[in-house]
Design a protein around this ligand. Structure first.
Ligand code: ADP
Ligand code: ADP
Ligand code: MG
Length: 674
């Protein structure tokens, strides 16, 4: 075993690797960028080396500096985590040349699997089933169009060098192909430095089921069963579980053996994942009819590896370290078994109700359920951030991974929902409530899985208000009164326990809830009882304050409901969390809110900090409402900025490649005069 390793990554995966290393007595070296100077992963390691600026290109992708850091600190091996340099064969080679062990497969295996098209040709030879498609080297657009027509629509165009859900376009009909190809190629060249694409039949209602494999340097290779990652948004995983619901032992063995064949075809060593797209010709009720096709192999540890750890009882990072230091695999195929059911939810800084737009900001409040971290347990919470940390635009938007393990799927679902209730984040938008809606949806609960589950179930997943106006207002009023009572000694005029300053018997509150202004009236009875009128409901309001370490918690009764509500006030906004859900209500200060949200005509601003990829227009162009004007890239996603109205482009204020701040004006648009 190594005595010291360098972890060439950040965030939760760097902390994850550090935890196992520490348990095994292996010392760790962190690397960090400017933005990460005080990051959790730096504290999690024994030593840390600064490697440059905040943008990945200036730090986490600077492999000469990373290798120099390993040499300077005496590390014997480098763990690349996932993303960044993990699937970069040149980096793996450079490690070897510098006398360092790359904790991953041989560079030849990374190279062979690195290009989706070439790996498919290789898998075809190895007898692994493939999706019907075109993966040739000839990239003539006319030929690609003919191939798509031959395969039959819908088809999927994929960047050959792509990954992370980027560079993919589904095309429904022949007329749309050329435009989709152009946009796919643009994203591909920008993100992966190559615009080669492949075309595949778009499998209808497929599931994504992948097999975890492990090889060693002694010629052994095993599969650690499957993970179902069908619940996706934008082709990116949201929930992952193991085992796959409905999986039969026979199909598991077939898929496992196909995955091992795929790994052996490239002399695989270490942790890898073979991803399959699975057709369900018999529908959800006949999983035994599922047909699987090779999609790609990820030659690294996967984000969702903890669900496999949960059901197998193994530590995959420990296996990685053992294999990289030359030991044989700790177990053989017949010694592996599964127990119970595990589900992982990716908690991301994003706004599900606004097309999953990534969010940035400070984790002002960041509370987690009772949990273990970076090790197996009933509720596991792996993250690389702490309360007060900032989610910056430089890296991806994943805040944490919540992994539950139960005796069966129903138990795991219940644990996951309960743990999500206890996950309370204030300061930036997250998908926590959205995840709850998915977990509680009939489709997910009954395992009617396919990659379109989210769009299919949109009606019960998006724009859900489970708390409701009445309870939200009651909670906000109660927390204001608790607050005032706490300040009573300092300010006798704000007493609220039945006596009002200046003999008030009624009090008016102005709020904004879900974008709508509203007024609530609180009436004080002679006996000190409170009556709250809001939204056409008048009901007694009864509450008691509960002791909490920060914020305010009230045990609340209003309009036939009883809930314990945890409240945090930030500025004018009160963030509410209860068993029903979470919401935000804003107290309107009569003076502060006049006209501040009026639309600014002609201003087109960056919705988030990021990089300008391209402008689709130039000064002087006439544009129509909804026409794409510019493309921005932030947090590994492309966002198109469209014209809010008809008009003429007056001026472009940035150039492609420029980094822009949130709210920066990108271009000037002269609205067509009415
Ligand atoms: P998984 O490991 O579950 O397949 P993802 O596909 O989302 O997870 O990728 C893992 C991480 O690596 C994510 O943070 C993703 O943004 C990043 N990533 C994946 N592929 C690439 C790539 N080719 N280039 C840069 N980042 C990538
Ligand atoms: P990435 O490298 O970004 O992970 P993949 O090729 O692994 O890309 O595909 C990611 C997701 O895209 C899959 O999980 C699935 O949802 C969808 N997908 C990929 N190929 C197909 C296909 N042929 N038909 C339908 N959906 C597909
Ligand atoms: Mg994939």
């Amino acid at each position: 075993m190594f005595s010291k390793i360098l972890i060439a990554n950040r965030g939760e995966i760097a902390c994850r690797v550090a935890a196992t290393a520490r348990r095994l007595g292996v010392r760790t070296v962190a690397v960090y960028s400017d933005a990460d100077a005080n990051a959790k992963h730096v504290a999690a390691c024994d030593e840390a080396v600064h490697i440059g600026g905040s943008a990945p290109k200036e730090s986490y992708l600077q492999w000469e500096r990373i290798i120099a850091a390993a040499q300077a600190t005496g590390a014997q091996a480098i763990h690349p985590g996932y993303g960044f340099l993990s699937e970069n064969e040149a980096f793996a080679d450079a490690c070897a040349q510098a006398g360092l062990v790359f904790i991953g497969p041989p560079s030849s295996a990374i190279e062979a699997m690195g290009l989706k098209a070439e790996s498919k040709r290789l898998m075809e030879q190895a007898g692994v089933p493939l999706v019907p498609g075109y993966h040739g080297t000839d990239q003539d657009p006319a030929l690609l169009q003919r191939e798509a027509d031959r395969i039959g629509y819908p088809v999927l165009i994929k960047a050959s060098a792509g990954g992370g859900g980027k560079g993919m376009r589904a095309v429904d009909k022949a007329e749309d192909f050329a435009a989709a190809l152009a946009s796919c190629k643009r994203e591909a060249i920008n993100s992966f430095g190559s615009d080669a694409v492949l075309i595949e039949k778009y499998v209808q209602r497929p599931r994504h089921i992948e097999i975890q494999v492990f090889g060693d340097t002694h010629g052994n290779c095993v599969y650690l069963f499957e993970r179902d990652c069908s619940v996706q948004r934008r082709h990116q995983k949201v929930l992952e579980e193991a085992p796959a619901p409905g999986m039969t032992p026979a199909l598991r063995q077939q898929m496992g053996e196909a995955a091992v064949a795929a790994a052996k075809a490239v002399n695989y060593v270490g942790a890898g994942t073979v991803e399959f797209i699975v057709e369900q010709p018999g529908g959800y009720d006949h999983p035994e009819q599922m047909k699987f096709y090779f999609m790609e192999m990820n030659t690294r540890l996967q984000v969702e590896h903890p669900v496999t750890e949960a059901i197998t009882g193994l530590d995959l990072v420990e296996w990685q370290l053992r294999v990289a230091s030359g030991e044989p695999l700790p177990l053989q195929q017949h010694e592996l078994s599964m127990q119970g059911h595990a589900i992982e939810a990716r908690i991301c800084a994003e706004n599900p109700d606004n097309n999953f737009l990534p969010a940035t900001g400070r984790l002002d409040v960041y509370r987690k359920p009772a949990h273990v971290a970076f090790e197996r347990g009933g509720v596991r919470f792996d993250d690389g951030v702490r309360e007060g940390d900032t989610i910056s635009p430089f890296y991806d938007s994943m805040v944490a991974k919540l992994i539950v393990h139960g005796a069966n799927r129903a138990e795991a679902l219940a644990k996951l929902d309960a743990a999500l209730v206890q996950t309370r984040i204030v300061g930036l938008a997250t998908n926590v409530q959205f995840l709850r809606h998915v977990v509680r949806s009939g489709a997910f609960a009954s395992a009617q899985l396919d990659t379109a589950l989210i769009p299919r179930e949109a009606a019960v997943l998006f724009k859900q208000d489970k708390v409701g106006l009445g309870l939200a207002v009651a909670a906000a009023v109660a927390q204001t009164l608790v607050h005032e009572k706490a300040g009573e000694d300092a300010d006798p005029f704000s007493r609220t326990d039945g006596w009002r300053p200046f003999g008030l018997t009624q009090r008016r509150f102005d709020f904004e809830y879900l974008g709508e202004p509203l007024t609530a009236k609180l009436t004080y009875g002679h006996d000190g009882a409170l009556q709250l009128a809001v939204g056409g409901v008048a009901s007694p309001l009864v509450f008691g304050a509960l002791p909490v370490d920060s914020g305010t918690a009230v045990d609340l009764r209003f309009n036939g409901q009883r809930q314990t509500v945890q409240c945090w006030q930030l500025g004018e906004s009160v963030h509410l969390f209860c068993d029903l859900g979470a919401t935000v209500i804003t107290e309107l200060d009569a003076l502060a809110h006049a006209g501040e949200t009026a639309a600014e005509g002609g201003r087109l601003t960056a919705p988030m900090p990021g990089k300008v990829v391209s402008f689709a227009v130039k000064a002087g162009d006439m544009v129509k409402k909804g026409q794409p004007l510019a493309v921005m890239e932030a947090m590994k996603m492309e966002h198109t900025i469209a014209a809010p109205a008809d008009g003429t482009v007056a001026e472009l204020l940035f150039a492609p490649g420029d980094q822009v701040a949130e709210g920066a004006e990108l271009l000037k648009l002269q609205a067509a005069s009415a």
